[in-house]
Design a protein around this ligand. Structure first.
Ligand code: NAP
Length: 273
């Protein structure tokens, strides 16, 4: 074996929504990923940050990377894109990535019901990973939730989530994904979040959303039987966990063929650290 281990090829990534809370967390986390280089910093066409340095905005030092709204141009010089922006930008972002044949990780949440069709259509052309939560521990929470839902078939399931006061969607995308994991494990069809009702339908999974202060994100799945309760909980204390998970997933996604992928696919193919 040679004394010199060849460096892995550098993966070039575009961050869409780079000026937001998550975009800035990604800019701060990226320098810790030696195989990754951020080559595109995208904001909206009306962004006040156009032309400014994305690293400086994030408090990560000068990155020599000007914020732009030209996604098509940025994709030409990149291997993968990460989207943490807004549901309104979905159609345009998917179209640009399909035209450029670039893999896309979507971390944005709050999409309407029509988005699934758009995701499936795009996955015919590109590798697409849609993750309402890019924490690998939350991917494990979904697996544990599915396991408990199967193992405790007569227990009621409820989800409590809490986030910062500026979060736009409620329930959170993570809460809906956890409910979906439990439903699928019990062989139930996907369902919209139930309205609060005096008599609880047998298959209801209720979600309680709390918006307060600067909470980063908390999810608790409760399994309640007669005289006992099992509680599975995850608490995010720093957006860096989502940023590190997203960048790990982007590196994993970049070489994949077209298709739909999820964070749980990383759980089976890599050791969680
Ligand atoms: N997957 C996860 O683990 C995870 C974790 C946390 C949050 N999220 C989700 O990620 C999304 C972003 O969260 P956040 O807290 O960072 O929100 P945010 O602070 O509001 O940032 C969103 C950014 O998107 C930019 N933007 C708006 N329209 C755009 C467009 N058409 N093209 C490109 N950029 C555009 C805006 O920047 P300009 O005004 O400068 O254009 C804004 O700064 C939300 O949906 C949130 O729920 C996901």
């Amino acid at each position: 074996m040679s004394a010199h281990t060849p460096s892995p090829p550098l993966i070039r990534a575009v961050l869409i929504g780079v000026t937001g809370r998550m975009g800035q967390a990604l800019m701060r986390a990226a320098p810790h990923f030696s195989e990754l280089l951020i080559t595109g910093a995208i904001a909206s066409a009306g962004s006040l940050a156009l032309g400014r340095d994305a690293g400086e905005i994030a408090g990560a030092g000068h990155a020599n990377l000007a914020v732009s709204s030209d996604l098509a141009l940025a994709l030409k010089q990149a291997d993968v894109a990460l989207d943490f922006s807004t549901p309104a930008a979905l159609t345009a972002n998917l179209a640009a990535c399909r035209a450029a044949r670039r893999p896309l990780l979507i971390g944005t949440t709050g999409f309407g019901p029509g988005a699934q069709r758009e995701f499936d259509a795009a996955a015919a052309d590109i590798a697409l990973l849609v993750a309402p939560n890019t924490s690998l521990a939350v991917a494990l929470l979904a697996e544990l939730t599915a396991h408990a839902a199967r193992a405790l078939p007569h227990f009621d399931i409820d989800i409590v989530e809490a986030h910062h006061r500026s979060k736009r969607d409620a329930p959170s995308g993570t809460a809906l994904a956890l409910a979906q994991a439990a439903r699928a494990a019990r062989g139930q069809a996907p369902a919209p979040p139930p309205e609060p009702a005096p008599a609880r339908p047998a298959d209801a999974i209720e979600i309680a959303s709390l918006r307060a202060g600067d909470l980063v994100g908390e999810h608790t799945v409760l399994f309640t039987g007669r005289g006992e309760q099992l509680s599975l909980a995850h608490r995010a204390m720093d957006r860096g966990i989502f940023a590190r998970g997203a960048l790990t997933a982007a590196l994993w996604l970049a070489p994949r063929p077209p298709g739909r992928y999820a964070m749980r696919d990383l759980l089976v193919s890599k050791t969680v650290t």
